[in-house]
Design a protein around this ligand. Structure first.
Ligand SMILES: [Zn+2]
Length: 220
């Protein structure tokens, strides 16, 4: 056995500090465990409530990804007007063919209606950060998404400064497209730098529906 030198001691000490750091890291990651990797800590999903939001009542659970979406309505847009479109949007997400850790598929989109914005806020463009601040509660920022629902069917966009925020008319395809940007999707398929008419996605501006139908006919 070789005698311990200062070098050996230093090596042992640094190894110990790595082990301690490792234990601390696993302790902290256990605290913030997110087994379905949806950005919401398991702890909240198991508790069934976070802040003012009833998670259990909205079907949030560990094992299937949940997306929380706070919606602020433009002044004049009644709660009933976009209801059907938002229900269709929710269904669209539930039908996304994900393979979830609990054996289910789909994404649980939880839409929280924050109500009609006051005129001094709702009269601003969605790109104004005050519209986001009004809609997404403080304790949910960094965990939830938000949307400025405009009174009409016109197009919108994603915030150039906050990737959790966007706005448009209330057509479900529009909202799904902008939410796609919030979730990291672009207009082109992964790996493509140019638009492809074959990329069958709501994100694609150049999707050739007729070509797609043609290809489906050939395959059937
Ligand atoms: Zn887009």
């Amino acid at each position: 056995m070789t005698p311990l030198t200062i070098k050996h001691l230093a090596a042992k000490a640094s190894f110990a500090s790595i082990v301690i750091a490792g234990v601390l890291m696993s302790a902290s990651s256990a605290y913030a465990a997110d087994s379905d990797r949806d950005g919401l800590p398991d702890e909240w999903e198991l508790a069934g409530r976070y802040g003012s939001i009833d998670l259990r009542g909205n079907g949030v659970r560990v094992g299937r990804p949940d997306v929380i979406l706070f919606v602020g309505r433009e002044p004049g847009l009644a709660a009933d007007t976009p209801r059907e479109q938002l229900a269709r949007l929710k269904r669209f997400f539930s039908e996304v063919p994900t393979r979830n850790s609990d054996g289910s598929s789909g994404i649980n989109l939880v839409i929280i209606d924050r109500g009609e914005m006051p005129r001094d806020i709702g009269g601003l463009p969605y790109t104004d950060p005050r519209t986001r601040e009004w809609t997404i509660p403080l304790e949910w920022r960094g965990y939830a998404h938000g949307y400025f629902l405009a009174n009409g069917t016109g197009g919108g966009g994603s915030s150039p400064v906050c990737s959790d925020w966007g706005g448009s008319g209330y057509g479900w395809q529009l909202v799904a497209h902008e939410l796609g940007h919030q979730l990291g999707l672009g207009h082109e398929a992964f790996g493509d730098s140019k638009p492809s008419p074959l990329y069958a996605s709501l994100m694609n501006y150049t999707l050739d529906v007729h070509n797609l139908r043609f290809i489906k006919l050939l395959k059937s």
